[in-house]
Design a protein around this ligand. Sequence first.
Ligand SMILES: Cc1cc2nc3c(=O)[nH]c(=O)nc-3n(C[C@H](O)[C@H](O)[C@H](O)COP(=O)(O)OP(=O)(O)OC[C@H]3O[C@@H](n4cnc5c(N)ncnc54)[C@H](O)[C@@H]3O)c2cc1C
Length: 441
Amino acid sequence: MPPKAEERPIRITTAVVIGAGHAGLAMSRCLAERSIEHVVLERGEVAHTWRTERWDALRLLTPNWQSRLPGYGYAGTEPDGYRTLPEVITFIVGYARAISAPVRTHARVTSVRRIDERYLVRTSQGDWLCRAVVLASGACNFPRLPTFANRVPRRIVSLTSQNYRNPAQVAEGGVLVVGASSSGTQIAYELHRSGRQVVLSVGEHIRAPRVYRGKDIEWWMDAVGILDQRYDEVDDIARARRAPSLQLAGSPDRSTLDLNALTAIGVRLVGRLAGVTEDGKAQFAGSLANMCALSDLKMNRLLDLIDERARQNGLDDTVPPPHRLRRTKVDEAPPLGMDLTTGQIKTIIWAVGYRPDYSWLEVPVFDRKGMVQHDGGLIPSPGMYLMGAQFMRRRKSALIDGAAADAHDLSAYLESYLNNRAPPSVGRSGHGAGAGLTVGV
Ligand SMILES: Cc1cc2nc3c(=O)[nH]c(=O)nc-3n(C[C@H](O)[C@H](O)[C@H](O)COP(=O)(O)OP(=O)(O)OC[C@H]3O[C@@H](n4cnc5c(N)ncnc54)[C@H](O)[C@@H]3O)c2cc1C
């Protein structure tokens, strides 16, 4: 008989990192650099979420050069290409190997509790006692679903951007894709190309050209300091953290996949899905034109800023002149409703964002909405830190490219905590000083 939980031997280490995605591994590397003994606990294999929770045709929307992890980067011949899903997995697994990360796979953390001055971390493979814990278990554990999702008629198959894999999984006929950020637009495109009739429900989104003035938009955002903008430099960080991801896709031809590109091939746009009635009628907000105008406005503000910075830095003569995209074209009077009981729509794909899962965290660090409270990744429990959350310390915190600077900063905090020293002053110089921008993009 397996021993009861209370009788299981407890292993002791200094720090436990929960999650072997790129964020947990980046932290592992920074802890090792500081000679802090630690273990990385992973419920599956390294890069588990990329193996199990993404659609097959996904490519990173960030170019290859932009996956810079501590001591590791892109070494291939296509720095401006976009990794396929298998390439992302290979990249992260390669990183774990290169840094000899002390990962324990198939060790699902089932609870974290504070006991005296330490944390007791219980897992499916034994328990750990440690002084510091880093939560790197991911910001996208569950898909977000509106409360009315359960009113969708039973005969319609509901999928999410997390369990959608490829068109073969989707019945012939109509598909309603809900959400027009990067996931929703990519899935809508793929399904349309497979011959399905696709209706795309458009809520708040941020449009961006894939390539601007000859350079990838991510190159510009990196170069002008937008991605390095710090969490304590924006007026409303709560709002900034809720902002959707840029409406971008990575494709070999580096084309822009925006709503104009989708309507040009026959995808039909409707407003934000505001509700589903008891008798199975979808209700769309009448704000489609406004949503698109707002998105165009934000994109143009971003491009204005890029142009200004290019001028200030003497780049104007080295890149093509500024240009603007045509405004997003929408129907004057898009439908405000759709009867979901007619059999026309066979599948709904929800692509309206994700939320983390901290159901195993038994430490009182949650806010009223059930989110882990933190100040730039410092959780209000001694020796506890967060990684990988949206705009956690910098605008790029949830991107692969954001982990290096955040892990550098937070490992310094962690080390000073272990040594009972005053908190370090990190994050301003060298990493993420940014350009002090306040533009809301
Ligand atoms: C669809 C999609 C596309 C994206 N595209 C890009 C992109 O193009 N470029 C980019 O830079 N970023 C992209 N991101 C954002 C980001 O890089 C990914 O979300 C990334 O997976 C986050 O890394 P992470 O290490 O924080 O979390 P994860 O990769 O989710 O890693 C967390 C790990 O923790 C493990 N875990 C969770 N709970 C437990 C537990 N209880 N016990 C033990 N282990 C646990 C998980 O199994 C997982 O391996 C994308 C995100 C999504 C959802």
